[in-house]
Design a protein around this ligand. Structure first.
Ligand code: ADP
Length: 171
């Protein structure tokens, strides 16, 4: 069964004129575009996509391992990630994005993530979108207390993809 994933090109990707190059990579990898639209994202949609009122979501941000952390360390991480998500909401709301549904494989979500790379562009291999086009890093964004600019968003799991497609495309 063909699985769907949800992707958007973040404002830095649009401003840097990377839209064509990014779409080309997905198509050349054999994926089909099921829907595609540019929009100025509204605050309500952004805060549902990146929620500030969900502790579990905030602790899981950036896919870092929280196993074995003390209560105090978890609280520090929560406070840090709360600030990151507040900055993230502003970053994603700072200009037009290009949202899309990608489909065509049984493992579309995982496959798209392999094309996109890791959350931190500096840790993303060459040949991935974030590895090739990302000019930011956790090291830099941590120093400045903000979210990392990494060009694209891609769903992390099939369940996330389903919820995100509903949120952004109302299907
Ligand atoms: P991804 O987009 O790779 O799935 P998350 O969903 O965990 O990553 O985080 C959402 C976004 O928040 C990331 O794309 C990135 O822009 C930002 N972000 C996540 N973790 C961090 C972090 N530790 N420092 C700075 N920015 C972060």
């Amino acid at each position: 069964m063909s699985q769907k994933s949800f992707v958007f090109i973040k404002p830095d990707g649009v401003q840097r004129r990377l839209v064509g190059e990014i779409i080309k990579r997905f198509e050349e990898a054999g994926l089909t575009i099921g829907a595609l639209q540019m929009q100025e994202p509204d605050k309500a949609t952004i805060s549902k996509h990146y929620p500030l009122d969900n502790r579990e979501y905030l602790l899981g941000l950036g896919h870092r391992d929280t196993n074995g952390m003390s209560e105090e360390e978890l609280e520090q991480l929560y406070q840090k990630n709360y600030k990151i998500v507040r900055a993230l909401q502003e970053y994603v709301g700072s200009g037009p994005i290009v949202k899309m549904i990608l489909e065509g494989r049984d493992d579309t979500v995982e496959y798209v993530r392999s094309i996109v790379g890791k959350t931190d562009p500096a840790a993303s291999p060459k040949g991935t979108i974030r590895g090739d086009f990302g000019v930011d890093s956790f090291a830099q964004s941590d120093k400045e207390g903000r979210s990392v600019r990494n060009v694209v968003h891609a769903s992390g799991t099939p369940e996330e993809a389903e919820a995100e497609i509903k949120l952004w495309f109302e299907v």
